[in-house]
Design a protein around this ligand. Structure first.
Ligand code: PEP
Length: 248
């Protein structure tokens, strides 16, 4: 069984004091626990969080990153800047960036390649909209997002990529994919990665589920063969809702 990888995506929530308090609580409560953990905080709090997480078993993650190197790119934050303050991982292609900001597969792919080139781990989010699922196109959408998002990523680099399958209709809505529905797409994604990289790489790749995952449904989801972890939004905003998922 692949080790569970549980990541919290704080999105644009919490203030600085709350972020530090939550990070300190998580460090304490997850100490010695054997799953893999990451928290993705807003850019402005990453520098303050770095010393809190340093030496712990929780990776410091960002929620986005520029596709380019340092330079004249107003408002952007580079991989070098993230590395400089101790960030280890970055979420890319989150549906809120795809659908609210309009990030394209090719931009996401450029970010993925830049992050990997600079030595950051990547959580690459994929997932279909409700209308795409209802039209029977969930697999097609996920396959295209995988193919495009991983274009030019080598088999060796793939070791630093986690895939997060997040059906868009389940994010922040309280609607969760059933364990069987989620498993079916996870299995499909693993097969697709096998076509791209071969069996060994597909068996090793970690595929998280995301979409209203909480303590009450996480156990069933994480019990599925191809669900290796979770990317958690709402339930990651407090230790008492996040820790129970982390220690399953
Ligand atoms: C997410 O932020 O990726 C997410 C899955 O959010 P939520 O858990 O709130 O649905």
């Amino acid at each position: 069984m692949r080790k569970h990888y549980i990541a919290g995506n704080w999105k644009m929530n919490l203030n600085k004091a709350q972020s530090l308090e939550l990070a300190k609580a998580l460090v304490k409560e997850l100490k010695g626990k054997s799953n893999k953990y990451m928290i993705a905080a807003p850019f402005v709090y990453l520098d303050a969080l770095a010393p809190v997480l340093k030496g712990s078993n929780i990776l410091l993650g960002a929620q986005n990153m520029a596709a380019t190197d340092n330079g004249a790119h107003t408002g952007e934050v580079s991989a070098d800047m993230l590395k400089d303050i101790g960030v280890q991982s970055v979420i890319l292609g989150h549906s809120e960036r795809r659908h609210e900001i309009g990030e394209s597969d090719s931009l996401i792919n450029a970010k993925v390649k830049k992050a990997l080139e600079k030595g950051l781990e990547v959580v690459l989010c994929i997932g279909e909209l409700l209308e795409e699922r209802e039209a029977g196109n969930a697999e097609k959408v996920c396959a295209a997002q995988l193919t495009e998002g991983l274009k030019g990523v080598s088999e060796n680099q793939l070791k630093n990529v986690t895939i997060a399958y997040e059906p868009v209709w389940a994010i922040g809505t309280g609607k969760t994919a059933t364990p069987d529905d989620a498993q079916a797409i996870h299995k499909f994604c693993r097969k697709h990665i096998e076509k791209m990289y071969g069996k060994a790489a597909s068996e090793a790749v970690v595929i998280q589920y995301g979409g209203s995952m909480k303590a009450s449904n996480a156990k069933e989801l994480l019990a599925m063969e191809d669900i290796d972890g979770g990317l958690i939004g709402g339930a990651s905003l407090a230790a008492d809702t996040f820790v129970p998922i982390c220690i399953l």
